[in-house]
Write a protein of this length. Structure first.
Length: 121
């Protein structure tokens, strides 16, 4: 789950009878692992900006990403923040990129949240 959704997950788990005032450790014991911002952020940080740019290029969208980078709202943001924003700017893009980013992962650099949830299953 994404960090911004943590409260919702806690409430849902409480309603389902898993206890109240659950800590992150409690939630992890139940198989719920937090992504720092979201899964895209975790994947971008694990792969590195250059690798993600190559993936965007291979998907034929590098020009669109460069256009986004030129927008005033993107000035002063890190490339990782710009990449994350790019993933969410068009409907279906997160779904498009998730499997491609995961396939590109070095298995020694899998984001902790993804690694832990897969190990829990």
């Amino acid at each position: 789950y994404d960090a911004a959704e943590e409260r919702d997950f806690r409430r849902g788990l409480e309603r389902a009878g898993f206890g109240s005032d659950l800590t992150r450790d409690d939630m992890e014991a139940l198989g719920f692992y937090v992504c720092v911002a979201d899964l895209e952020d975790e994947l971008i940080r694990s792969l590195g900006a250059t690798a993600v740019e190559h993936i965007i290029d291979a998907q034929g969208e590098l020009r669109s990403f460069r256009t986004l980078q030129q927008q005033p709202a993107q000035q002063g943001r890190t490339i990782e923040q710009q990449l994350r924003r790019f993933m969410g700017t068009r409907g279906g893009r997160k779904i498009q990129y998730a499997p491609v980013l995961v396939e590109a992962l070095d298995l020694t650099r899998v984001p902790r949240s993804l690694d832990r949830v897969l190990a829990h299953v």
